[in-house]
Design a protein around this ligand. Sequence first.
Ligand SMILES: NC(=O)c1ccc[n+]([C@@H]2O[C@H](COP(=O)([O-])OP(=O)(O)OC[C@H]3O[C@@H](n4cnc5c(N)ncnc54)[C@H](OP(=O)(O)O)[C@@H]3O)[C@@H](O)[C@H]2O)c1
Length: 332
Amino acid sequence: MDKPDFKVGIVGAGWIAEKAAITLNGLDGFRPYAIGSRSLEKAQGFAAQWGIARAYGSYSEVIDDPEVDLIYVATPHSHHFDVTKEALEKGKPCLVEKAFMANKTQAEVIVDLARHKKVFLAEAIWTRYQPAVSIVRDLIREGCIGTPRLITATLGYSMGNKERIMRPDLCGGSLLDLGVYCLNFVRMFCDAPIVSMNSQCVKTDTGMDLSNAISLVLADGILANVQSSAACVGDNTGVIAGTEGNLVIDNVNNPQRITVNGPDRVFVEEIAVPQQITGYEYQFVACRDAMAAGLLEPPQMPWKETLYIMELMDGLRKQWGVRYPMDGIDWK
Ligand SMILES: NC(=O)c1ccc[n+]([C@@H]2O[C@H](COP(=O)([O-])OP(=O)(O)OC[C@H]3O[C@@H](n4cnc5c(N)ncnc54)[C@H](OP(=O)(O)O)[C@@H]3O)[C@@H](O)[C@H]2O)c1
């Protein structure tokens, strides 16, 4: 008998939810099975458009649907905590969009809950699950660029007018939306600990970081300069420069083409990743496989790493004075 499809229940019928529905409809062995929205009418429209079996006018009903194998949390960062907490308390596995939570305090509560309840939990930072990660790591390990010394990465989209970027109560700013990819870019290719971090930002008139620049020194002598902006169209390129050449990765947000250059920047080869549905498929496959193996977290993005990225982002926001209502009174 065929294995039943892995059924995903999507929470929040917004932009990324559509991408998830398209992905799951194109992925063998998976189904976008349920959609939950604050509006039943919106959920029904979304379900009709994407061939989804169950439409609910609340997030709780998706969580309560016994057929759902995995809850995919696709609300703004500010609204990840409550729905993920409810799902974990009810024993439902969760894949939670980036940025994982508003701050590390929230993230620790959620990770502790998953650990305590023994329920699967993963952060949907899609780049971490993509084939480019092992391709680039292998190239570095094989020594094709010598010893890595400098990393640069830019991610910019002109979307500073979006509510999600402007509003403190929606955990606005470029860092949690875009900068998170740049930090992950450094962390997924370099294992050495970060020993120092300096940064600056330009703010929106609502006090959120519109553009930011972050400089990290790693224990093995790598310097990483990364920047993100919600105010412009960035080149979105990542470069890992070593003593014998460099790797140019296009792009930081969805690595699909890796160019290897040798000494004197002489072109060596270009490596394309396998054909994608959208690139989001890998995170869903990782969740299914980890759950089938009895794991509570995906090896591609362990909880420890999710918490570390949240800690870095807390530290950066503190440097800039970018504060959210959920940061608490002891936030300094
Ligand atoms: N991985 C990626 O490439 C990627 C790309 C874009 C976004 N994301 C992440 O996905 C999440 C959602 O982003 P998005 O662009 O899809 O956002 P969006 O379209 O602005 O909003 C997503 C949905 O969240 C729900 N929601 C719940 N409370 C809300 C509130 N107070 N205000 C606005 N919406 C609220 C709404 O769904 P209902 O009205 O149906 O309840 C809304 O449609 C974010 O965490 C973002 O960082 C990831």
